[in-house]
Design a protein around this ligand. Structure first.
Ligand SMILES: *Cc1c(COP(=O)(O)O)cnc(C)c1O
Length: 461
């Protein structure tokens, strides 16, 4: 199984290389050369069984099944729920896919724990040490910090936008106490941190010198790991059931994972509603507007305060008939002018592929938190509420509507209090975080600042 760049101008690499590289050398994202046809799991398959089957298909010859089984078992052992991603019914024909049973209470744990196991395995075998860079809108940083804390093969450098993450999100990524985890709070928004990460990775010399890799949602292993819960939901709801997945969307990692599951034969089809907050570039794009790099607007669902969803590039690659030149042109134009007109046929084919988008405002988010609580007794996080609000729109009598519950409500106690007037404490498995010391450095949103920091970390080891 080989991986090619979405910009069509880099050599194909195997699964392990794609995972370690993060970004392809031409600035594109790695996608499988062809999608495997993966047999659908039965209803009795366990989460680790499904994960092994899917990862083996995407890893091809580059990892043995036995090794994958070990990585998967270690990654998912600390989850608070045995099925890792249980389905909960929230109404007639409507379900919630709970992805927040990991150690840092958001879905990012699912893929990040697997990546950490994979990296430790590969680097341990090669006797190498790497610097891993991670730009986060809030939850990826915490998941990475928890997953890599104490690893003897990795220095983790997390970039987060200063004051744009919730205090609890920040706590998870700054209070691990591990000396190999470094956190930088940059003055600006998430898109800025992501742009710095991409530029540093594209600097071949710097990348080699510091042994740099990225574990953002652009990392293919994350996408593959996240496709597992889509497959499990399909298996549990019945092999023939049509499912509309409603995905609270920021960087488009989860939505893409759904597409990948469908393309690999694991779903009855691909019907995906990307639920977005006021940062609605994706919705505007699907309405036929240009892709633009506007300023992000802070909302009550901060992990989705992203204007340019990175992983969208992979779906665009498919919509453009896998013509890397079209994708490269679109993103070059965007980089040069802040705006890019995608070919009309590509946009039309995105719709035909089964993707749509729904916008949900902050007021609607709070209202949905109250309504879900009144109807079911569940307290949901604001991101999940964006999805649940979108899920109420439109009828779907012929199938099941599954909304991804992307984080635990206790990660956003301020917003829960605003909506419901109650104060949530962290669940017991995470409670001791609240007593720990936070460590992070504040700096400008500048490539030079991050570069210097990484150089000094590498010199110091
Ligand atoms: C990351 C995140 C999202 C957005 O997911 P993407 O895969 O980036 O689209 C939504 N909700 C929560 C809680 C998140 O942490």
């Amino acid at each position: 199984m080989n991986y090619v760049s979405t910009r069509g101008n880099a050599p194909a690499v195997d699964f392990v290389s794609a995972s370690l590289a993060g970004l392809a050398p031409d600035g594109g994202l790695y996608s499988p050369e062809t999608f495997p046809e993966i047999a659908r799991p039965g209803v009795s398959a366990t989460y680790p069984d499904i994960a092994v089957r899917i990862l083996k298909a995407f890893a091809g010859d580059s990892l043995d099944e036995e090794i994958i089984r070990g990585l998967v078992d270690r990654a998912y052992a600390p989850f608070a729920h045995k099925s890792v991603a249980p389905l909960t019914q929230v109404g007639p024909g409507r379900w919630m896919l709970e992805l927040h049973h990991g150690p840092t209470l958001a879905f990012k744990d699912v893929a990040m724990r697997l990546i950490a196991q994979l990296y430790d395995h590969i680097l341990g075998e090669r006797g190498e040490r790497m610097t891993i860079l991670c730009a986060t809108s809030g939850d990826t940083g915490g998941a990475a910090a928890a997953a890599f804390a104490g690893s003897s093969n990795v220095d983790l450098v997390i970039l987060h936008p200063l004051d744009r993450v919730s205090p609890t999100q920040r706590l998870f990524m700054t209070a691990t106490g591990a000396s190999n985890v470094h956190n930088l709070a940059l003055e600006g928004d998430f898109d800025g941190t992501q742009a710095i990460l991409k530029r540093l990775l594209a600097d071949e010399q710097f990348r080699r010198r510091t042994h740099l890799a990225a574990v953002n949602s652009i990392n293919w292993t994350r996408v593959a790991a996240q496709s597992v819960y889509f497959a499990q939901a399909q298996a549990q709801l019945g092999a023939e059931t049509r499912i509309r997945f409603v995905v609270p969307t920021g960087n488009f990692g989860d939505a893409l994972a759904g597409y990948v599951a469908a393309r690999s034969g694991l779903l009855t089809g691909f019907e995906c509603v990307a639920a977005v907050n006021a940062n609605d570039a994706l919705a505007r794009l699907l309405e036929g507007n240009a892709l633009t790099r506007g300023a992000t607007q802070p909302t009550l669902s901060p992990a989705m305060d992203i204007q340019l969803p990175s992983n969208f590039e992979r779906l665009l690659f498919e919509a453009a008939g896998r013509d890397g030149a079209i994708v490269a042109r679109a993103y070059d134009q965007l980089a040069a002018t802040g705006k890019s007109d995608l070919p009309k046929e590509a946009i039309r084919s995105l719709g035909e592929m089964g993707l749509s988008a729904e916008r949900v405002s902050d007021a609607e988010t709070l209202e949905e938190m109250r309504r879900t609580h009144a109807e079911t007794g569940w307290i949901v996080c604001p991101h999940t509420a964006v999805g649940l609000a979108a899920a109420r729109r439109g009828e779907f009598p012929e199938g099941a509507i599954v909304t991804l519950a992307t984080a635990h409500a206790a990660k956003f106690p301020e917003t829960v209090e605003k909506a419901l007037g109650v104060r949530l404490d962290l669940p017991e498995r995470a409670a001791d975080f609240a007593t720990r010391q936070e460590v992070f450095a504040v700096g400008p949103m500048s490539e030079a600042f991050v570069r210097d920091r990484i150089d000094s970390i590498v010199r110091g080891r």
